[in-house]
Design a protein around this ligand. Structure first.
Ligand SMILES: [Zn+2]
Length: 199
């Protein structure tokens, strides 16, 4: 089910200079539903938040988390990684990845974790809706590669946009997520094969 030469996650390294166009973020409040599906904790979005990449608009559908990080950057793993999953009208996918390192508490996580669904299959409503802006770093420079979903069916052709600048989360926030999931939920690194990683 998960075969192919362009799978995610990868170790991002050997960057090719490509003068990537800035991603046009247009994120609104709107994440209201928080769900523990047994594999991750996910915030679902009503329509209205989007990014523009390659002249195409991709609507934010959901964001979710992995601990430890799935992607590595130059061999470095992070304690937590957020995936902001977007789809175009044609059904093409674009994932913005944000790395967390241990440090100050993250306000977006504070908001989400205060309604943490502790049990698999549990769904809650956030007390105030979460804008994905609250998860993004201030510097929006990014790496780009062609990859896949990291859970079955591991669909390929996904535009991966990995923020270069990590954000911080407190030790307690990282541990809270890891405790709820009971076990690491990162797919192992996949071969890069012939793919360039652009920056
Ligand atoms: Zn993910």
């Amino acid at each position: 089910m998960c075969e192919g030469k362009n799978q995610s996650p990868i170790n991002l390294t050997g960057f090719i200079e490509a003068e990537l166009e800035p991603i046009a973020f247009d994120y609104q409040e709107g994440g209201q539903e928080i769900l523990n599906n047994g594999h991750t904790v996910q915030v679902n979005y009503a329509s209205g938040s989007s990014i523009k990449v390659d002249g195409t608009s991709f609507e934010l559908k959901q964001l979710h988390f992995h601990a430890p990080s799935e992607n590595h950057i130059e061999g470095k793993s992070y304690p937590l990684e957020a995936h902001l999953v977007h789809a175009s009208d044609e059904g093409d996918l674009a994932v913005v990845a944000v790395m967390f390192e241990e440090g100050g508490a993250n306000e977006g996580l504070e908001q989400a974790w205060s309604s943490m669904p502790e049990q698999a299959g549990e769904e809650k409503t956030l007390q105030s809706s979460l804008s994905a802006d609250d998860i993004l770093p201030s510097d929006r420079d990014y790496y780009r590669f062609n990859g896949s979903l990291t859970t079955p069916p591991c669909t390929q052709g996904v535009r991966w946009l990995v923020m270069k600048q990590p954000v911080t989360a407190s030790k307690e926030q990282i541990e809270h997520f890891a405790d709820v999931l009971h076990e690491p939920n990162n797919r192992p690194l996949q071969p890069v094969n012939a793919r360039p990683v652009l920056q």
